[in-house]
Ligand binder design. Structure first.
Ligand code: IPM
Ligand code: MG
Length: 369
């Protein structure tokens, strides 16, 4: 059996803890089956950390996460903390993890599982077989650009400022991730910006094109404006293979792509840093959905995005592609049995709890292994 892998588990707020509980059970299953063994340390991020320590992420937890082989995060935020000053909001904890670990490449695959075709609001033929991946830049752009803030003008009115900023280095390193992924897939990359109105977009387009011409001539590269991309995603999503885009557009487009698959509750993500000399990358895995305070604590949330995030961890952090496929197959089989959490409920399916969905995935793992 492979040596112990050091994981840091950050369940966070809202539905985070309950969906992550199901991931723990999956991890225990891999342990029990002696497929992989993990040392799991648990920490706090977001509102729960604010309540306990007065900050959305303590330096200790930050250091622990930075030292781990991989971090698994649930969700952060909720109405209880909505009125806090900006720098103290739960979301700052997540943003600090991304920034301090330099997790610049956020992979958000949108995959339509056959049993869920009917759960999408789009026509079945539009999404049948859909398999795209959005690579979102995660540590730059308007999320972190300076200057930022709200100031009061001499006439008493106020002014809010954020800055969209990218350097060639930031663009090239995330574009490279996009090209390399495309190489392993259908060989097509769509780079998305607003070069028609933003200088940062012009630079983005030029740098991605340059990198293509220098190193990735075998990849079919196209450029698209972000607004058009949003439209194309719902019009004909199968035209895409890999999309690479900035932090803000990636945030928007990945929610849009998620809904093609039927529910935000199905979408996993991986946030990766640069590879070190031994080829290892710092990494954080999290479901794309948020903390869903309205259903928190009710054992009603969909744990599959979190479980699929763990599958991404097996693949990207530990090079365990077979084991990742096993888990993904168990998720499909679980859906085939007809069980559904509320977010993916359809006629003729059975509504189940978060825990029962976890049970079903474990049963299918037992059958497949
Ligand atoms: C996401 C979320 C976050 C973001 C929030 C929680 C800060 O929407 O991961 O997509 O905007 O990046
Ligand atoms: Mg988002």
């Amino acid at each position: 059996m492979a040596a112990n892998k050091k994981l840091v588990f950050l369940p966070g707020d809202g539905i985070g803890p309950e969906v992550m509980r199901q991931v723990s059970r999956v991890i225990e299953w891999y342990d029990r089956r002696r497929i992989a063994s993990f040392d799991v340390a648990e920490g706090m991020v977001g509102g729960c950390s604010i309540d306990k320590y007065g900050t959305p992420l303590t330096d200790e937890t930050m250091a622990q996460a930075a030292g781990a082989d991989a971090v698994l995060l649930g969700a952060v935020g909720g109405p209880k903390w909505d009125n806090l000053p900006f720098a103290q909001k739960p979301e700052r904890g997540l943003l600090r993890l991304r920034k301090d670990m330099d997790l610049f490449a956020n992979l958000r695959p949108a995959l339509v599982f056959k049993p869920l075709i009917g759960a999408s609001t789009l026509k079945p033929e539009v999404i049948d077989g859909l398999d795209i991946i959005i690579v979102r830049e995660l540590t730059g752009g308007v999320y972190f650009g300076e200057p930022r803030g709200i100031t009061t003008l001499p006439d008493g009115s106020r002014r809010g400022v954020n800055t969209q900023v990218y350097t060639t280095g930031e663009i090239r390193r995330v574009a490279r991730v996009g090209f390399e992924l495309a190489k392993k897939r259908q060989g097509r990359l769509c780079s998305v910006e607003k070069a028609n109105v933003m200088e940062s977009g012009v630079l983005w387009r030029e740098e991605v094109q340059k990198l293509h011409d220098e190193e990735f001539r075998d990849i079919a590269l196209i450029h698209m404006y972000a607004d058009n991309c949003a439209m194309q995603l719902v019009r004909n999503p199968k035209q895409f293979d890999v999309i690479v885009t900035d932090n803000l557009f990636g945030d928007l487009l990945s929610d849009c792509a998620a809904m093609l698959t039927g529910s935000l509750g199905m979408l996993p993500s991986a946030s990766l840093g640069a590879a070190d000399s031994s080829g290892r990358r710092k990494a954080l895995y999290e479901p794309v959905h948020g903390s869903a305070p309205d259903i928190a604590g009710k054992d009603a949330a969909n744990p599959l995005a979190s479980i699929l995030s763990f599958a991404m961890m097996l693949r990207y952090s530990f090079d365990m592609d077979e084991e990742a496929k096993l888990l993904e197959a168990a998720v499909v089989r679980a859906l085939e049995t007809g069980v559904r959490t509320g977010d993916i409920l359809q006629p003729q399916t059975q509504r189940v709890s978060t825990t029962a969905m976890g049970d079903t995935v474990l049963q299918q793992l037992d059958k497949l292994a």
